[in-house]
Design a protein around this ligand. Structure first.
Ligand code: ES4
Ligand code: ZN
Length: 326
């Protein structure tokens, strides 16, 4: 079996996926038409051509603009279902997906529309495609902690259907410490905690995510590699890192995929998983991330099996549920 076929055949979980980042240009146009929303592009090709980023903020500006076409519960259902169809084709058996409620509530879309639409798409995907999933509510870190608390309050009626909270958006200048209290509140409500850290931000932000936010899983974490003591801590704790190779390349976190830190992370005993982040914007779904990274750095089949195992181990499934996959 070719290496590509081997990657395709491996059952896997996806643990770092922004559902708004799976909005393909074709669906963006369809929703713009359906909802009579203006978008600043003439064609699907023009949208794709605009996806040329030199850093995280460049991308975020376009990503938040794209999300404007999402208006109704049906739109959020369709967005989620389209992602799960692509994921199922990549043999994703379980996905823990991020959503950014503030991106929608701040433009007048009720939390209920977003949450119920996504949950309905997730339920349909589980029934039709046999992909299980959980929701992770992300706070936008460029906004203040009061806004995060207001979002957590809005989410209260849905907390039995939300697995955890996360932290995303512009990292530099918005350290994890800014969200210490809201993460403590979320933890006391029984929610899991994850945070983007060390994508563009320094190793200090990763320390803060561990010590102040008390995260259960680390999103990205690339810049941890600059601090040997931090790497030792992450390895000792068995902390799962949700790494996103094509995202890192598109956002210039790494200049060349050949220089991606995954091989060094594995050598140093880190629990790495491979994920697609915002697949509609970064050029590929999960298997494309696995394939391109493997071609660039030369991962072995044994390493690929380890990465697939890590994806289930690092998930928020119960031990019994994990045992069914691993
Ligand atoms: C994101 Cl790649 C990335 N980093 C931080 N926040 C995000 N939101 C969506 N994609
Ligand atoms: Zn992300």
């Amino acid at each position: 079996m070719s290496l590509d076929a081997f990657i395709n055949s491996l059952p896997k979980a996806e643990l770092h996926l922004h559902i708004e980042g799976s909005l393909e240009p074709e669906l963006m146009f369809e929703l713009a038409r359906r909802n009579k929303v203006e978008i600043p592009f003439d064609s699907v090709e023009a949208v794709r051509a605009a996806y040329d980023f030199s850093n995280l903020q460049d991308f975020l500006d376009i990503y938040y603009a794209g999300a404007n076409v999402l208006q109704t519960e049906q739109d959020f259902h369709d967005l989620a279902y389209a992602y799960f169809q692509r994921a199922a084709a990549d043999r994703v058996r379980h996905a823990e997906i991020f959503f950014d409620p503030q991106t929608h509530t701040d433009r007048g879309i009720p939390f209920q529309v977003v949450a119920d639409g996504l949950l309905s798409g997730m339920k349909a995907a589980e029934a039709d495609l046999d992909v299980s999933s959980q929701l992770i509510l992300c706070f936008l870190r460029h906004l203040d902690e009061d806004a995060a608390f207001a979002t957590l309050r809005k989410a209260e009626p849905w907390l039995d259907r939300i697995r955890g909270v996360g932290l995303d958006s512009s990292e530099v200048g918005h350290p994890p410490s800014k969200f210490k209290s809201v993460f403590a509140a979320a933890g006391s409500m029984g929610l899991k905690r994850v945070a983007h850290a060390g994508e563009e931000g320094p190793p200090e932000y990763v320390w803060e995510a561990l010590d102040l936010l008390k995260i259960d899983r680390m999103d990205h974490g690339n810049r941890s590699m600059e601090d040997p003591k931090l790497v030792e801590r992450l390895a000792k704790e068995g902390m799962t890192l949700t790494v996103c190779p094509l995202s890192n390349h598109k956002l210039c976190v790494v200049d060349d995929l050949k220089d991606h830190p995954v091989p060094e992370m594995l050598r140093q005993g880190l629990h790495v998983t491979l994920n697609s982040d915002d697949p509609a914007y970064f050029g590929g779904y999960v298997n494309e991330n696995w394939r391109q990274l493997t071609a660039a750095v030369g991962l072995t089949r044994e390493q690929l099996i380890g990465l697939a195992k890590n994806s289930f181990e690092g998930s928020f499934l119960t031990s019994a549920e994990k045992a069914a996959y691993i």
